[in-house]
Design a protein around this ligand. Structure first.
Ligand code: 13P
Ligand code: SF4
Length: 316
């Protein structure tokens, strides 16, 4: 279903008594026929002015399905690139142009081509946290919400999985296929340890531990549930338990508090901060809408090949 430019999907909209800059952004947004997409790790005030706040899969679906001329992507570069690939006729703005994902930069298209030449019968599954060039070399894309389903959907028995070794190892638990993981990792999630989980459980003995699949296998082994960021939001909303320990980037606590005020959520580590996700602020969003810069574009020959991998995932 096509959404118009002012649709609020996740029920996240301007806070009551919003500031002047929030009002200015909302006015500019209407004038430009823009939609604002924000990842669950964005600053609270940025989430509050977004049309859609979600995980990588929800934002990719929103970018593919929404009307409007302009997408303002409050996230990191690969997310804006994915939106540009899916909507080549739209203007895609990334208010913080230096907001990158270090994990996405841990593999290049040349490196992937070399691995493919060594495993000619393997399918390539790329995490959405990759450049468009790497997606263009891949058979199908996945996110943390659908990695297992994507791996099991391809006919090949052998899968080159890039770039997140931890997500690859998580998928191994749910498939009979042979997975060849690339050795990339998320700087935020890879730092959690089982000792942190034990410590948090001692502090909050009634809490349920929820972690992201970008965590190391030994941390996943200590958790009660493993889910994408929006999966974690859903678990907190729907489980009967009252207390949760949250093993993902702390920006998610804003939505958790807003959507489940009757529950108590403790961060597994208060230091789990993705500095790149925090580079976007309201001033940069306003400036992007005024200047219609910085724009993210992907060369057509790369976009055309990368689109296949993303659309195959969205069709699942
Ligand atoms: P999800 O929101 O898809 O779980 O992804 C987490 C992430 O690290 C995005 O960069
Ligand atoms: Fe990349 Fe990790 Fe930041 Fe997500 S949280 S953008 S995977 S560094």
């Amino acid at each position: 279903m096509k959404k118009n430019a002012s649709t609020r999907i996740q029920g996240v909209c301007r806070v009551k008594g919003g500031s002047d800059i929030q009002d200015e952004i909302l006015r500019l947004k209407e004038e430009r026929h823009a939609i604002i997409l924000a990842h669950n790790y964005q600053r609270a005030e940025v989430q509050d002015i977004a049309d859609v706040v979600g995980d990588s899969l929800e934002l990719a679906r929103a970018a593919a399905g929404m009307d409007g001329n302009v997408i303002v992507f409050c996230g990191v570069d690969f997310m804006a690139e994915t939106a540009a690939v899916l909507s080549p006729k739209k203007t895609v703005l990334l208010p913080a142009p230096d907001a990158c994902c270090p994990m996405a930069d841990m593999i290049t298209a040349d490196q992937l081509r070399l691995v493919k030449s060594r495993h000619p019968n393997a399918a390539v599954v790329c995490y959405v946290n990759t450049t468009a060039e790497v997606k263009a070399e891949s058979d199908i894309c996945c996110t943390s919400a659908n990695a297992v389903a994507v791996v099991n959907s391809v006919p090949e028995k052998e899968i080159i999985f890039v770039p997140d070794r931890n997500l690859a190892r998580y998928a191994v638990r749910f498939t009979k296929k042979t997975i060849l993981p690339w050795e990339g990792y998320c700087l935020v999630h890879d730092r959690y340890t089982p000792a942190q989980v034990s410590f948090a459980r001692r502090l909050h003995p009634n809490a349920i531990v929820l972690v992201h699949p970008e965590c190391r296998p030994e941390v996943i082994d200590c958790a009660d549930h493993v889910a994408s960021t929006s999966g974690i939001l859903k678990l907190v909303r729907t489980l009967p338990d009252k207390e949760f320990i949250i093993g993902t980037e702390v920006g998610i606590l804003h939505r958790l508090t807003k959507e489940s005020p009757e529950k108590t959520c403790y961060p597994l580590s208060p230091d789990a901060i993705c500095v790149n996700m925090k580079k976007t602020d309201l001033v940069k969003v306003r400036n992007a809408l005024v200047s219609m810069q910085p724009r993210v574009t992907v060369p057509a020959e790369i976009a055309d090949r990368a689109r296949g991998a993303i659309e195959r995932m969205l069709a699942l």
